[in-house]
Write a protein that binds this ligand. Structure first.
Ligand SMILES: [Zn+2]
Ligand SMILES: [Zn+2]
Length: 1024
């Protein structure tokens, strides 16, 4: 299956075939293995943030895997000893819930029916069956993970690390057990940490007031609450000590209207704001966080009235047994019956919900384990202050700091069965023994009947240890010595607190050093409109479907290309299709090159190419620039810039230009010339594959193998992943500048043809090139033959260096990167046909416009149709108006009824269009002085500018229909084989041929505005 000596590529790029081939190849050869004994290469390590064992690959995983794989492959190719460590998280609540659900469905049993041990057996069985799914999905994506080191948060080693950390923190007084209020989920039946609470800031609720009668019968005191059921747990009423209204009441008691208990009236300046409501507040220490603190200050009774399932317990008197929300209604009724209801008003209140079940949380009083966090947070703050760990994008530093400085103790016990059971044992006397292994006797009294704490640890407790527990801690392993601290933690910014912050604290505390040097937080993936993807909106893009449809390489490249710092990723299917086309392009270009490498062999060097022509020097210079810029972007975590640099080079320079230019030598008779060109092609392709490999690992591996076999490059490594990443080096700006204008000129002339409807067949015999610098002028003269062939030009005139083309009537002018070109249109254009076409286009457009305007004039439609439909029609009408204006302007220009605008206007436009240019970019107008630019542009009629855009934007479809023969402008760019097919296809279109043959009858006057080279590029790419 894996014939490594294949020296031919399949005709079409089939991603399924290619992507099935290479993962086993890399894995079996051990390319993914990080070598802990290797001290010769610098280490580069990443621990994969462990996905939930219950997980199925979603876009967030795909993004994480892509970015980390880009880094790992790039670093490995750059000579680093890389380790990317995989594993999964046991995901306490999520996994337990899945198995519970399954149990209920298939056997109609609850976990309690099975008992703890039997239930846990079921969970392990589930894990064995499904736990490898997420790992396999990562493999399909190409993730170069070191599977020999795969870990699971509940495997034996990691469980040992968890117990070790718990015991040590307990010994150090940093873990304690205490009865406190915690956020409780009555649905999941467990405590939650602050981070697992989803806060709704302003839930639309109501504030209900009622009166407490004074016990001595001297009056009443009115309080307000958003949770009436909690009044059954009230143990005081508080007022402000300075509040004159209540001064006399402090120290007296009120009588509870439903239970008859007496409650003291206390004065508390912290809890009570005298300006809010009546200035009196009910106090429920067992069910409210502020009241809990108040209760501690005043020694109040903590009376629990709600149970773990959210029902009122026996202490709730007349509402005992009711659900908390039913009790809410009932309490109001009961108090109304006693005439104590003092009214209700709407009130926005903060509400906490369970992250998993969305249940409204209940603050409940219970015994839980906590990490005393402040002593751990302090060094983790310092590490970032000192730059031992840095955040990218940097703005996240503040988020991290703010949270760390206001951090609360971390509740780590969960009332679940699936997880690390807390290593604490209780004797009958209530003494607690914390130990690494089950103790034989109570450490305090020596009693032997011990019961282990039934709770398990928060899932995030074990993942906080991930960067070192996975490497063998608490043993001092070689792996830790080599790969800790890890180089990069790459993850979504939504888990900066869950993961990053806690890993920092634990890593520093137990390893004495930060767990990672750099934290790169990637943006969120959203849909093309920037909306969050969700099942209810139906806008979810499933990476598994995408990979099947377009290939993992296309998905990976898309994600990398969209990952810009500080911006959400807006993912559209069209983008993925576009990058799938990029893979196709590379495949086809490679295939063409391979067909023209017969008999060519290379020595052991990867790049043995010597430039002989200006084009050779140019492509090698551009390649070096692409290498330098891609590397710089990767160093700075600018994934989007790295991807777009490679993309631009491969598509727009190597495929569009160099491979086209190479044809002359490849098909020619000069064998030395041919060999030199072949060498450059091989150098460019083999470098491009290596440059692109981290982004598109599968296709580049395939291409590398075939090229290596074809040119007999036995000295090349047998995998592109084992080949060196292209080295940065000095740029050759002179080579870029000299040849850049040749390419710009061909593009510009082809564009003028497209926009003026001049078929490629029509020879342009009045072309003048100017405004070139000295080098470029020499190169253009040397390359004139090529220019003539590629743009079908005869006898082009090259002006002396620095001089612009002469001004002439009936010409189209283009200003480009370091050049200007004038194309005389006499004899090149068929005026009557063009005018006829425009008339037809205007007529059709007016018909459409009339239809829409009639609709918009109808008040019935405007009032009754959905606003977005009306808005769409209005926009369409405006668009048609604009198009008509452009077409009319174009027509006026061609028929000679419009004069040029004043020179002043043109000059002003020229100034406004002036943009700062990067001198290192040869694709920008570099050598043209302002004065020269003005000279040219002042001859450019405003009306002509409109005409050009009209042809491009509005009438393109019409042109395609009437004059398919304008296509040859692009034909020259296609590989030979394709060109033949295209020519055959075009043959039957006689009308088109005729149109092309028809001589132009009349001289027309047409001028063209400054052409932005980038835009021209885009357009030609689109048409292709
Ligand atoms: Zn819940
Ligand atoms: Zn004891």
């Amino acid at each position: 299956m894996n014939d490594e000596n294949r020296s031919e590529l399949a005709k079409g790029y089939e991603h399924r075939e290619v992507e099935a081939r290479w993962y086993p190849f890399w894995k079996e050869r051990g390319y993914f293995h990080g070598d802990e004994h290797d001290r010769t290469r610098p280490p580069f390590s990443i621990v994969l943030p462990p996905p939930n064992v219950t997980g199925s690959l979603h876009l967030g995983h795909a993004l994480t895997a892509t970015l980390q794989d880009v880094l790992i492959r790039w670093k490995k190719m750059s000579g680093f000893n890389t380790l990317w460590l995989p594993g999964t998280d046991h995901a306490g609540i999520a996994t337990q819930m899945i198995v519970e659900k399954e149990l209920k469905k298939t056997e109609k049993k609850s976990r309690h029916d099975l008992g703890r041990a039997a239930f846990l057996e079921r969970v392990w069985a589930w894990k064995e069956k499904y736990g490898s799914r997420i790992g396999e999905q990562h493999q399909a994506l190409g993730a170069a993970l070191d599977w020999e080191r795969e870990r699971f948060t509940m495997d034996e080693g990691l469980s040992r690390a968890v117990r070790e950390v718990f015991v040590r923190l307990h010994e150090e007084g940093l873990i304690y057990r205490e009865k406190k209020l915690i956020n409780w989920c009555p649905d999941c039946h467990t405590a939650l940490s602050d981070l697992e609470v989803e806060h709704e800031e302003a839930h639309a609720g109501e504030l209900w007031s009622f009166a407490y009668p004074l016990a001595d019968g001297t009056g009443e005191i009115v309080v307000a609450t958003t949770r009436p059921e909690t009044m059954l747990g009230d143990t005081a009423v508080a007022v402000h000590p300075d509040d004159e209204r209540y001064r006399a009441m402090v120290g007296k008691n009120v009588r509870h209207p439903l239970t008859g208990r007496e409650l003291p009236i206390i004065a508390d300046a912290i809890l009570v704001d005298p300006k809010f409501g009546t200035g009196a507040v009910k106090v429920t220490p067992a069910h409210d966080f502020n009241d809990f603190e108040t209760g501690k200050r005043h020694g109040l009774e903590q009376l629990t009235v709600i149970d773990l399932s959210g029902r009122m317990n026996a202490a709730a008197g007349p509402v005992a047994g009711l659900d908390r929300f039913e009790a809410r209604k009932r309490v109001k009724e009961l108090l109304a019956e006693q005439g104590l209801d003092r009214g209700t008003k709407p009130h926005a209140l903060p509400l906490g919900r369970c992250q998993r079940s969305q249940t409204v949380l209940e603050p409940l009083l219970s015994d839980q384990w906590y990490v005393r966090i402040e002593p751990l947070a302090r060094p983790a703050i310092e590490a970032v202050e000192q730059g031992r760990t840095r955040f990218i994008p940097e703005a996240w530093t503040n988020t991290y700091m703010a949270w760390m400085r206001n951090i609360h103790d971390w509740c780590i016990s969960r009332q679940l069965w699936w997880g690390h059971q807390i290593p604490a044992w209780y004797c009958p006397d209530g003494h607690v023994t914390v130990a690494r292994e089950a103790p034989a006797a109570c450490a305090t009294c020596g009693k032997r009947e011990l019961r282990q704490d039934e709770d398990v640890l928060d899932t995030w407790f074990s993942s906080a240890l991930w960067p070192f527990s996975t490497m063998g801690w608490p043993e001092r392993t070689e792996t830790l010595r080599t790969f800790y601290p890890t180089s990069v933690m790459e993850t979504g910014h939504d888990i900066i607190f869950f993961w990053v912050a806690r890993m920092m604290m634990m890593g520093i505390h137990f390893m004495g050093e930060v767990p990672f040097r750099t934290v790169y937080l990637h943006p969120m993936v959203r849909d093309e409109k920037g909306q969050k993807m969700s099942k209810t909106k139906g806008n979810v893009i499933d990476p598994l479907v995408i990979t099947e449809q377009y290939g993992a390489d296309a998905l990976r490249f898309t994600l990398a290309a969209l990952t810009a710092q500080g911006r959400d990723i807006k993912l559209a299917k069209e983008r993925i299709e576009g990058y799938r086309a990029f893979a196709n392009k590379l495949w086809n270009a490679s295939r063409f090159a391979l067909m023209n490498l017969d008999g060519f062999t290379v020595g052991s060097d990867v790049a043995p190419a010597v430039a002989r022509t200006a084009a050779d020097r140019w492509i090698l210079a551009r390649l070096q620039r692409a290498v330098n810029e891609t590397t710089a972007a990767l160093e700075a975590f600018r994934f989007n810039d790295a991807a777009s640099t490679v993309y631009h080079f491969v598509w727009h320079e190597l495929c569009d230009w160099y491979i086209e230019l190479a044809k002359e030598a490849l098909y020619g008779d000069d064998s030395a010339n041919k060999r030199a060109t072949q060498a450059i092609l091989v150098a460019c392709l083999s470098t491009a594959y290596r440059l692109l490999h981290p982004f598109m690992p599968f296709i580049t591996e395939e291409l590398w193998h075939v090229l290596r076999a074809k040119v007999g490059a036995e000295g090349w490594p047998d995998s592109v992943l084992a080949a060196p990443y292209p080295a940065t080096g000095p740029l050759d700006e002179a080579a870029e500048r000299a040849f850049g204008p040749v390419i710009g000129l061909v593009d510009a002339i082809r564009n003028i043809r497209g926009e003026m409807n001049i078929a490629f067949k029509v020879v342009l015999d009045d072309v003048e090139v100017g405004s070139l610098d000295r080098d470029a002028a020499a190169t253009v003269r040397e390359e004139l033959g090529r220019l003539h062939r590629l743009a079908n030009v005869k006898d082009a005139v090259v002006r002396p260096a620095g001089l612009p083309p002469e001004k002439k009537a009936a010409s189209a002018v283009a200003v480009g990167a370091g050049f200007e070109v004038r194309v005389g249109l006499v004899g090149a254009i068929d005026l009557q046909a063009e005018l006829g076409r425009i008339d037809k286009e205007i007529a059709k457009l007016e018909q459409d416009l009339a239809g829409i305007e009639k609709k918009l004039e109808n008040p019935n439609f405007v009032q009754k149709a959905p606003p977005e439909v009306v808005e769409k029609d209005r926009a369409r009408a405006a668009e048609l108006h604009e198009k008509r204006g452009k077409l009319e302007a174009h027509r006026a220009m061609l028929s000679g009824t419009a004069g040029p605008p004043s020179a002043d206007l043109a000059r002003r436009n020229a100034m406004e269009n002036e943009k700062p240019q990067n001198p290192n970019q040869p694709a920008s107008p570099a050598q043209t002085t302002i004065e020269q630019a003005q000279q040219v542009i002042s001859s450019v009629a405003e009306v002509g500018k409109a005409a050009v855009s009209a042809v491009v934007a509005g009438a393109e479809a019409a042109i395609e229909k009437v004059m398919p023969s304008r296509k040859p402008a692009q034909k020259a760019k296609k590989p030979a084989a394709k060109r033949k097919v295209a020519a055959r296809k075009a043959a039957p279109r006689k009308a088109a041929k005729k149109a092309a043959k028809k001589p132009a009858r009349k001289v027309v006057k047409a001028r063209k505005p400054a052409q932005k080279p980038a835009k021209a590029k885009r357009k030609s790419a689109k048409r292709r």
